[in-house]
Design a protein around this ligand. Structure first.
Ligand SMILES: Cc1cc2nc3c(=O)[nH]c(=O)nc-3n(C[C@H](O)[C@H](O)[C@H](O)COP(=O)(O)OP(=O)(O)OC[C@H]3O[C@@H](n4cnc5c(N)ncnc54)[C@H](O)[C@@H]3O)c2cc1C
Length: 408
């Protein structure tokens, strides 16, 4: 589609606004963060698809609209007050589907991107392992070629929403005789495969979102490989770029939103009002700081996304957005606790909005420094791959993986 043939952003915004009003339910007043409504999300995603508003930045041949990030941002703005299938955003639409789009076979793209956009298929990520997620290339889940099929053995952990997914992108070691980054292969694994056990993990904040998986001789066909055999690091690298962009709220592939990406400070304002602290100078300063941070984050997202798009900054610059958005989430969670005081630990204080959100956000805030790669790793990436500073020492660099010393 040429730029001249493409619908203008303003016309698309107006059309999306009226369609959303006529077809999508209003956003719920209470969001129960401990429960994901997967079937509801499937139904809502299907409505978007049938209405011609799914996959705004995905190519038409895979079920999307082939439009630009500006169209997607306009749609997200319009969607703020509606109930949206946000469960599809991360990792299905914003991380896994774009990775398949970048690196998958034609068959994988047609099959899985379309299924996700239609609301038929959630996708998960099997990357992190019990021995640690930061050193992703050091993973030890292994796939061995047996004739024309692969046999997968090992364990993964912290897989968001895997229990609801149909397939997962799973990184496994296929070659132990080369350095760690060069012996990995990415597979598309059906979650109902024989020999695959998925267990949900209950967190301190009450969520059961994370899963751990055990692979016992799981058989995969040759066409389960995404990208090249032993070329899995290239696929994972694309996946991590999409993930950082998604975690920072900058993905063009997410579908709709319920709060502005920089964070919604209206909850802090409502909290200050309800607790009679709107005139307290300390509280006003806190809210001002949160507002300033959310504006800065929005500007940073726009600037860095644009710079990566035009090639003036390298894709790892997405880590700057990832880092700042974690700091923004921390700032807001901590401020809510400061404003509410010890009452924040109870259910009652916020009962006009989402019950218990202050305590739960506080317990959950650590997650924003880990999801999509930790903030320490983001700092490493920014220093090494954006600023060009010397790489950190790694004893296993260029050493065949079967000669690398491992702790027991
Ligand atoms: C909300 C959420 C969703 C997630 N979803 C998924 C998912 O769907 N699929 C999946 O596979 N994983 C998922 N993860 C796991 C996530 O990718 C890992 O938590 C993350 O990569 C860190 O790995 P780890 O927790 O094993 O910590 P470790 O790697 O053990 O690190 C522990 C600490 O050491 C620091 N550290 C480690 N190495 C270095 C270094 N070289 N320099 C400086 N500091 C270092 C880390 O920053 C961290 O603070 C999710 C995590 C969260 C919180």
């Amino acid at each position: 589609m040429t730029a001249a043939e493409m619908e203008s952003v303003e016309s698309f915004r107006a059309r999306a606004g009226s369609w959303l009003k006529a077809n999508m339910p209003p956003a719920p007043a209470h969001i129960d963060a401990t429960r994901r409504e997967w079937d509801r999300a499937r139904e809502l995603q299907r409505r978007l698809y049938d209405g011609g508003f799914a996959g705004i930045c995905f190519p038409k041949e895979y079920g999307g609209l082939g439009l630009t990030p500006a169209h997607q941002r306009a749609f997200s703005d319009e969607s703020l007050s509606y109930d949206m299938p946000l469960e599809f955003n991360v990792p299905t639409l914003a991380v896994c589907a774009p990775t398949i789009l970048d690196m998958g076979t034609e068959e994988q793209k047609r099959r899985h991107i379309h299924a996700a956009l239609r609301g038929d298929e959630f996708l998960a990520q099997f990357l992190s392992e019990p021995r640690g997620g930061s050193d992703l290339a050091g993973l030890t889940t292994k796939a061995v070629l047996d004739g024309d099929r692969w046999i997968l053995n090992g364990a993964k952990i912290w897989s968001s929403g895997a229990y609801a997914a149909s397939y997962a992108l799973c990184l496994a070691r296929t070659n132990w005789e080369v350095a760690k980054h060069r012996g990995l292969t990415m597979f598309l694994v059906p979650t109902d495969a024989e020999g695959l056990t998925i267990q949900q993990i209950k967190q301190a904040d009450g969520t059961i979102e994370f899963c751990q998986e055990f692979f016992d001789d799981v058989v995969l066909p040759a066409d389960a490989v995404v990208g090249q055999v032993d070329g899995g690091w290239d696929v994972a690298s694309r996946q991590l770029v999409h993930e950082r962009s998604a975690v920072g709220g900058a993905s063009p592939y997410a579908s709709g939103a319920q709060i502005h990406s920089g964070g919604d400070i209206s909850r802090l304002v409502a909290l200050a009002r309800r607790t009679g602290q709107m005139d307290d100078i300390r509280v006003r300063e806190d809210i001002g700081e949160a507002r300033a941070m959310s504006l800065v984050l929005d500007e940073v997202i726009a600037r860095i996304t644009g710079a990566i798009g035009s090639g003036s900054m390298p894709p790892p610059a997405g880590s700057i957005i990832r880092l700042l958005s974690a700091e923004n989430s921390w700032l807001q969670a901590d401020m809510a606790v400061r404003i509410s005081g010890s009452n924040g630990a109870t259910e009652g204080i916020a009962d006009e909005g989402e019950p218990g959100w202050i305590g739960r956000d506080y317990l959950h805030r650590q997650a924003w420094s880990l999801a999509g790669g930790s903030t320490e790793m983001a700092r490493n990436i920014i220093s090494e791959r954006v600023l060009g500073m010397p790489r950190e020492f790694a004893a296993d660099r260029d050493v065949p993986f079967n000669q690398v010393k491992h702790g027991r």
